[in-house]
Design a protein around this ligand. Structure first.
Ligand code: SF4
Ligand code: SF4
Length: 394
């Protein structure tokens, strides 16, 4: 609740540092850039939180639009925390939690949560079809292997996400990793429920996963999505989860390093890499995906100005991948980002997250850039270079 963050809220200097990535001299807040008003930046959101805390403002639809269009990208924290010492993102997420507690949630968020509560996934698909993505693959059910390969809701139900899950599975297997999958036994990791402030549902999903993993003796997890990776690595800790979690790019990096995966086929392409917020800024993993790209013969990696800690969110975080509270248009972050990628001269925009891939691929279409830029996950590029059957890329 906001009262828990009173000190931080009053500590905001109104300096506006949260608007800009100073190291790159460029906007860092996707919703603020899209709408141009302070109330869509952390500076204004913290001010709204103060007004609510002091009973000067009611949480209405206009306030909620400003709060829920925050993508939890962490760009504001990156600027504010070292300079001022507070986390505006924690305040914004507490704001969302307060709205949920008071039953004041936007219809888009309510529908997303209802789907999750009733069906166990935001796609409203039956839970007994969760494991269908793996049909026709040689991937095995988890029994007592070293790792669990956890694919999450996007990897289980989204067509493009399923393709990525199959390709990553094939790569991990080719590299000799001992792992299994949960199929229909898997449930949502809860990260997006947590990000929109539904902490009760998040706790239910997290503790269910922790108990299941304990029961099955799972000690190590490799996650497909940076979102699930983030939740399990950081937010599950409060229930003493007791398992290690890695993102798939980290495991693939180890496999390439030790030579169990060998990228031999040349890919003569110029590629740029978009850091996913929940892998990069939130978890400081910037190098594993870049290592994989650089290991591909012929691939030239060009950086966008906004990279690593100063990366610019695709707009899909904070539940926006499902709720789209941030909205579309030419200034939407995914469209801004693909224009930025094209400006580098790259032909491929590489990603390491199923959500980023969909957001950016759709933006390429909206911008009419299909003949100039392809969005490809690092895993699909690596599969091509290694010669592993790519079960995902069309
Ligand atoms: S949230 Fe932090 S960076 Fe933004 S205005 Fe307040 S003190 Fe400055
Ligand atoms: S987390 Fe991202 S979208 Fe939200 S206020 Fe901070 S910079 Fe803006």
């Amino acid at each position: 609740m906001l009262a828990d963050y009173k000190e931080d809220i009053y500590h905001c200097l109104k300096c506006g540092a949260c608007r800009t990535a100073f190291q790159a001299y460029t906007p860092i807040c996707p919703s603020g850039f899209q709408y141009g008003f302070d109330s869509y930046y952390a500076i204004g959101r913290v001010d709204l939180a103060r007004a609510v805390l002091e009973d000067r403002l009611a949480i209405d639809a206009e306030v909620m639009r400003r709060i829920y269009s925050c993508t939890s990208c962490g760009g504001c924290d990156e600027q504010c925390n070292p300079a001022v010492g507070i986390s505006p993102l924690r305040i914004i997420e507490a704001f969302k939690h307060q709205a949920i507690e008071k039953g004041l949630i936007p219809p888009e968020v309510r529908d997303f949560l209802k789907g999750l509560q009733v069906h166990g996934n935001p796609y409203l698909e039956p839970s007994d079809e969760r494991g269908r993505w793996a049909e026709g693959t040689p991937l095995e059910s988890y029994s007592d292997q070293d790792y669990l390969f956890y694919v999450g809701c996007v990897g289980s139900y989204d067509e493009r996400g399923q393709g990525l899950a199959r390709t990553v599975g094939e790569l991990l297997q080719s590299g000799g990793l001992s792992f299994g999958i949960l199929g229909n036994r898997e449930i949502c990791d809860g990260n997006e429920a947590n990000r929109v402030g539904e902490r009760g549902l998040f706790e239910f999903l997290a503790t269910h996963n922790i108990e299941l993993f304990r029961e099955l003796g799972i000690r190590k997890v490799v996650a497909l999505s940076p979102h699930g990776f983030h939740a399990m690595k950081n937010d599950y800790a409060k229930w003493d989860a007791g398992f290690e979690v890695a993102h798939y790019t980290q495991i693939l990096q180890a496999q390439v390093r030790k030579g169990s995966l060998r990228p031999r086929n040349r890919l003569e392409v110029k590629a740029t890499f978009h850091d996913p917020c929940f892998l990069g800024r939130h978890n400081a993993e910037f190098e594993a995906p870049r290592f994989l790209l650089k290991s591909i013969p012929g691939l030239e990696l060009i950086e966008m100005d906004r990279n690593r800690r100063n990366s610019f969110c695709c707009g899909g975080g904070g539940g926006n991948f499902f709720t789209d509270m941030i909205g579309s248009g030419v200034r939407s972050p995914s469209r801004v980002r693909v224009r930025e990628a094209v400006d580098t001269g790259a032909e491929v925009l590489a990603v390491a997250c199923p959500n980023c891939r969909n957001m950016l691929e759709d933006a390429v279409k909206a911008e009419g850039l299909e003949d100039r830029l392809q969005v490809r996950d690092v895993a699909h590029l690596l599969a091509q270079a290694v010669g592993v059957r790519d079960r995902g890329h069309p």
